[in-house]
Design a protein around this ligand. Structure first.
Ligand code: FAD
Length: 617
């Protein structure tokens, strides 16, 4: 009898990157180990108890479309669901849910235990290297774990140092030891590395807050779930509350700025610009008299409250003083102080598009170790590394993600080509093709690829195939029914009196025409689920824009070689955002092909630039 040796993938770290990497590798059919410092912290949320948001919600849906864990766990633990940017177009809407911290961790641990993943509790001290290839890991108790591929997802733990005012302790997170020897190994291999920082706010005791008089923020009435397969929230839903800093708060912080670890010069690493500390906000926006704070319950029972918007590295006594200067928090007790953490990361330009270290075959990196911030960014990279490590050791073709098909592709391309200068987080503005890369169609874009790889369970596959069948049937039905202009106008649709008949799908693509209008013209369509009709509404609404996008892209391709003079004045170009004008003035691309890679560039902006370059010649 033949015995085919099963390849082994070892994932180091049980955070958001690690669990998705392990899930993907196991589903790809490799023997998978997940080695992590503490089994009980698998799936722990280091900072805010929330998943998703603008750009981030897209990543969650894309990981979910590939059979990942994050979306389902967030739905299982969700205690408040909100679709951000609801009043704007679907392309920039971001599903977000606040989660019960303990329930989320339990959901992740259940999902991992349902997979053929072997959990190993221990600290990885070093990598085993044989014939120039990474061949396993060495644990700190001296045990060796051999494997064909290793994925490091150690988050903020590499040489982690925690700062709170003048107090400094080594740690990967509060109360957890850092990974120093492993960092030494990566430095020893000559990998390009740097230092970054991030911070977290103090946690408050819910009982000590005076909620009366604070503005309450409920979740959405019709929650948008994070996973395509979820039908509704599993847990009871809660309100958040909103309060604000005031001039007294700002005074306290300003007077103590010299005690802040972030501001006293103790920290060399760069912090996340889009997630600034309260010290940062007060210094950078000195004219602002007040900043909004969301008081978010960390659990269903509301014992611990996360004050979103006041992360800090000030000493404990100053944290108490500024917190108690805020309305509703006059008697607040701090259950865990805020702190900043500084850690090593690897310059992601050292990686391939599959997240393998170019100069260390057999080693993949994913998550915060690559200079990103956020659970969602980590989860998406974990998926990519897990799929590709497993493909590589089984000698299968790489699994690649392009900028045109996914936010995952946008992030990977940004990381491995542009690198990072500060913790990288996802935004919808990073995706040039965001009209087609919507959170609502992530499954249509990516699930067929996952089916082809054979990594979905039967339930998800059947669910997707049924949904696509219904969408196709409903679209066909809409296209088969045409109405005269007069009938359309009577139903409230603004069409020209040109005597032409138009089908219902074409009418649905007209701005402000929604499902209810189409149903009034063809009540038969009510046989389809509301979610199917809404999906077609999104698709039809964007179809005209997408045609234009295709034309813009082909125009850009034609002019990629067009050169840009070194002294070109970007400040006068009205059609560009001020942020983009600023970036172009700094980067000074020499051609349209180079300008295309400037962060935040879109096909529309490139076309504006091409037009200006042509008329200035
Ligand atoms: P992590 O979730 O950190 O997981 C790392 C895992 O690796 C852990 O399970 C750890 O036990 C394990 N590990 C480490 N070293 C070893 C080893 N040698 N052997 C075995 N196991 C090991 N994100 C935001 O988006 N906004 C914020 O404001 C924000 N603030 C933050 C504040 C703090 C203080 C911290 C710590 C993080 C913050 N984050 C924030 C970041 C967010 O927590 C991370 O982006 C996310 O958790 C990264 O996921 P990861 O899987 O890469 O790493």
């Amino acid at each position: 009898m033949f015995h085919v040796k099963q390849s082994t993938v070892i994932v180091v770290g049980g955070g958001h990157a690690g669990v998705e990497a392990a899930s993907a590798a196991a589903r790809m059919g490799t023997r998978t180990y997940l080695v992590t410092l503490r089994a009980d912290t698998v799936g722990a949320l280091s900072c805010n108890p929330a998943v998703g948001g603008l750009g981030k919600g897209h990543l969650v849906r894309e990981v979910d479309a590939f059979g990942g864990i994050i979306g389902r766990a967030a739905d299982r633990a969700g205690i408040q669901f909100r679709l951000l940017n609801r009043s704007k177009g679907p392309a920039v809407q971001g599903p977000r849910t606040q989660v019960d911290r303990g329930e989320y961790r339990a959901a992740i641990q259940n999902a991992i235990s349902a997979l053929p993943v072997q959990l190993v509790e221990g600290q990885v001290a070093d990598l085993l290297v044989r014939d120039g290839r990474v061949s396993g890991v060495l644990l700190d108790d001296g045990a060796e774990l051999p494997g064909d591929a290793v994925i490091l997802t150690t988050g903020t733990f590499l040489n982690g140092v925690i700062h709170m005012g003048g107090e400094t302790t080594s740690g990967g997170r509060l109360g957890e030891s850092p990974s120093v020897q492993l960092a030494d190994r990566l430095y020893g291999q000559g990998l390009p590395m740097g230092r970054l920082k991030t911070g977290t706010p103090p946690r408050l005791s819910g009982k000590s807050i005076d909620w009366s008089g604070l503005e309450l923020q409920p979740g959405d009435e019709n929650p948008a779930m994070m996973s395509f397969q979820s039908t509704g929230p599993h847990l009871p839903q809660v309100n958040c509350a909103i309060t604000h800093t005031n001039e007294h708060t700002h005074d306290i912080i300003r007077r103590n700025l010299h005690l802040s670890a972030m501001y006293s010069g103790n920290i060399s690493g760069k912090g996340p610009r889009y997630c600034p500390s309260i010290e940062d906000k007060i210094s950078r926006f000195a004219d602002k008299k007040s900043h909004q704070i969301f008081l978010e319950p960390e659990t269903l029972v509301g014992e611990t409250i996360y004050p979103n918007g006041v992360s800090t590295s000030l000493p404990r006594d100053v944290q108490i003083a500024y917190i108690r200067s805020i309305r509703g928090l006059e008697n607040a007790e701090i259950s865990q102080p805020g702190y900043a953490i500084e850690y090593d990361y690897v310059d992601p330009r050292a990686l391939t598009a599959e997240l393998e270290v170019r100069d260390m075959p057999g080693l993949w990196l994913a998550g915060q170790i690559n200079g990103t911030t956020g659970y969602e960014e980590a989860a998406a990279q974990g998926l990519v590394a897990g799929l590709n490590a497993a493909s590589s050791v089984q000698e299968l073709p790489p699994v690649q993600f392009s900028r045109t098909e996914s936010y995952i592709g946008v992030m990977i391309d940004d990381l491995v080509i542009r690198g990072v200068s500060e913790p990288y987080r996802m935004f919808t503005s990073r995706a040039e093709y965001r009209l087609s890369l919507r959170a609502d169609n992530a499954d249509q874009r990516l699930t067929p690829k996952a089916i082809e790889l054979g990594i979905l369970d039967a339930r998800q596959r059947t669910f997707f195939e049924n949904k696509m069948e219904q969408i196709d049937d409903a679209r066909q039905k809409m296209k088969s029914v045409s109405v005269a202009g007069k009938t359309a106008r009577e139903a409230g649709v603004n069409v020209a009196g040109d005597g032409k008949k138009r089908d219902l799908y074409a009418l649905l693509s007209i701005p402000n025409v929604g499902v209810s209008t189409i149903l009034s013209l063809s009540p038969d369509l009510a046989q389809f689920d509301d979610s199917i009709l809404r999906q077609l509404e999104n698709e039809a609404t964007y179809s005209n824009y997408l045609d234009r996008q295709v034309q813009e892209v082909s125009r850009v391709r034609r002019y990629e070689g067009l050169t840009i003079p070194p002294d070109f004045n970007y400040q006068d170009i009205q059609g560009l955002s001020s942020e983009l004008r600023h970036k172009l003035s700094i980067v000074r691309p020499t051609s349209i092909a180079q300008a295309e890679r400037v962060e935040g560039m879109t096909p529309v902006a490139l076309n504006t630039l091409i037009y200006r370059l042509k008329i200035s010649r």
